[in-house]
Ligand binder design. Structure first.
Ligand code: XMP
Length: 523
């Protein structure tokens, strides 16, 4: 594993994760303030010996309830270290419990969704947050405090719960029932900023530029004259990894590009040319379309498709890698969110690295040591890093693309003909987005091919062809997403272009569902 030792002495905020779906967003907000932070679980908290560099602690939300006998607890000692603490949702209830407050399951109304918060008393934490003493906030809880702990003051309420925000100013302990980290809480970032800047008073000096030099320097030191292989997909993460490692060790990096035949139209060729000729990477290209199509023949189950693709990819990669002599390391684009997701929030020791979507299982089987230079970074930070490495915009700004590729965008059986149809339709859609300057406003967009054939008429001829579904969403991190609002004229034009330009499709529909309840991909 790539060494994190350099971070031990860095001033930081720690976020103790109690399992909320949005804990990662807290870290994102803190890092947006150019302050370094780490998400840790209760096990890791226990192992911290020296709190000197920890300038603030945030207790996240989570699904547990302090009203039951067993719940994830935190020692009162944490509050005695003279470090500011902010509890969010479950974190607030935990603070109330530790300090002798009373919490119960709310009988009247569960609060899920938007609520209006009313200011009760001035507080640094809520500075610049209210407009006329009111603010829209996002709630997601069932428990409520009904007796405030001693020495705490009520600073804000909603109609349903009195103690929605509390503080002990002397001890610098704060708790809020709502989620400031989600965008539904208007100006929620102000609360994080007030806590980090005005209460914790930590210096804002987390700059990705310094990280680049440090990462390259560490890679050189670690790898020395050894050889490294890397599966290059042409996505942002693996591209940034390849450029970083290349900067550190030059020709001793061997990149392998496996063409699965499941990428967008011409995409593989474009990426290959870019890395080979612009960045002069040492790349081996493997044409594997035929075998991928063969193995996927007649498979309809989405999970089966994913497994077949994942396993085949590993097999091909392994075979190729064996041909390189004396390889010691595998470089991989694991990101910080992958690391967080891979361990359990409440600290059981069952943590394992989540099998990476694209190259899962590689390291274990191949007995190679892992190099994960991005494992402390969020996607946005990787993009900034990529930009500073001179990575081409066509890759930097590329929408996310799933490992199994078009196979999970052709619902049902996959055939070579269907892949061609979909590639052409998708190309028209994406090209229209770029030409109309919409591509960068959208988080992810794609076309999918539905296994539904319907009747149409073209000229004087009756047609019976496939339906193409278009999807375009806005999102921050893929965890939630909303449909992009195109104007009708744009959609009509794209639909016409697809139907006129792609034989095999005679109907186009636009997916208007959000995530949740739907997911971004269809399979
Ligand atoms: P869903 O469909 O779960 O997707 O809402 C969320 C984000 O993850 C991407 N995705 C994948 N990425 N391998 C990947 O590398 C996969 O198997 C995979 N499945 C979904 C999806 O495109 C979206 O950005």
């Amino acid at each position: 594993m790539y060494s994190n030792d350099h971070l031990k002495n860095k001033n930081k905020i720690i976020i103790i994760d109690f399992g909320s779906q949005v804990t990662k967003l807290i870290a994102r907000r803190v890092r947006d303030l150019r302050v370094y932070c780490e998400i840790i679980n209760l096990n890791e908290l226990q192992k911290i010996e020296n709190f000197k560099n920890i300038k603030g602690i945030i207790l996240s939300g989570g699904p547990s309830t302090v009203t039951q006998k067993i719940y994830p607890k935190i020692s009162k000692k944490i509050f005695e270290k003279n470090i500011p603490v902010l509890g969010i949702c479950y974190g607030l209830q935990l603070i109330a419990k530790v300090f002798g407050g009373k919490i119960k399951k709310s009988q009247k109304k569960r609060e899920f969704g938007e609520a209006i918060l009313l200011e009760k008393s001035k507080s640094i934490l809520l500075k610049n947050f209210f407009t006329n003493k009111k603010a829209k906030v996002w709630m997601s809880h069932q428990d409520a405090i009904y007796k405030i702990p001693k020495n705490f003051k009520n600073i804000a309420s909603t109609d349903n719960s009195k103690y929605t925000a509390i503080q002990n100013k002397n001890k610098r302990i704060y708790g809020i029932q709502f989620h400031p980290e989600v965008t539904h809480t208007e100006k929620g970032f102000k609360i994080i900023k007030n806590f980090v800047s005005d209460i914790c008073k930590i210096k804002k000096n987390w700059v990705i530029g310094i990280e680049k030099k440090r990462i390259i320097h560490d890679l050189k030191k670690k790898i020395k004259k050894d050889k490294v292989i890397c599966a290059l997909s042409g996505g942002v993460d693996s591209s940034v990894v390849a450029l970083l490692v290349n900067k550190a060790i030059k020709k001793n990096l061997r990149c392998i590009m496996v063409d699965t035949g499941l990428l967008r139209k011409n995409e593989f060729k474009k990426s290959y040319n870019l890395f080979k000729y612009k960045y002069k990477l040492n790349i081996k290209l493997i044409n594997s379309q035929t075998i991928f199509y063969k193995k996927l023949k007649n498979v309809t189950d989405p999970e089966k498709k994913r497994k077949i693709i994942g396993n085949l990819f590993i097999k091909i990669f392994e075979n190729e890698a064996k041909k390189f002599k004396n390889v010691k390391y595998l470089a991989q684009g694991t990101l910080y969110p992958d690391i967080i997701e891979s361990r359990s929030a409440t600290g059981s020791n069952t943590s394992k690295i989540k099998s990476h979507h694209n190259v899962g299982g590689l390291p274990k089987k191949m007995k190679l040591k892992l190099i994960e230079p991005l494992n402390e970074l969020f996607k946005d930070e990787v993009r900034i890093l990529g930009k500073s490495l001179g990575l081409d915009n066509s890759i930097l700004k590329k929408h996310p693309f799933p490992g199994p590729g078009l196979a999970i965008r052709i619902i049902g059986k996959i055939t070579e003909k269907k892949i061609k149809i979909l590639q052409n339709a998708d190309d028209i859609f994406i090209d229209s987005l770029i030409k109309n300057k919409l591509y960068d406003k959208i988080w992810q967009a794609y076309a999918a091919l539905l296994p539904v054939k319907t009747v149409g008429v073209m000229g004087d001829t009756r047609t019976f062809e496939y339906t193409c579904l278009l999807r375009a969403v806005t999102s921050e991190d893929g965890m939630t997403a909303a449909k992009y609002n195109f104007n009708n004229e744009f959609l009509s034009k794209v639909s016409n272009k697809i139907i006129n330009g792609v034989s095999g499709i005679n109907r186009v529909v636009y997916d208007i569902t959000s995530k949740p309840p739907s997911t971004i991909e269809l399979e």
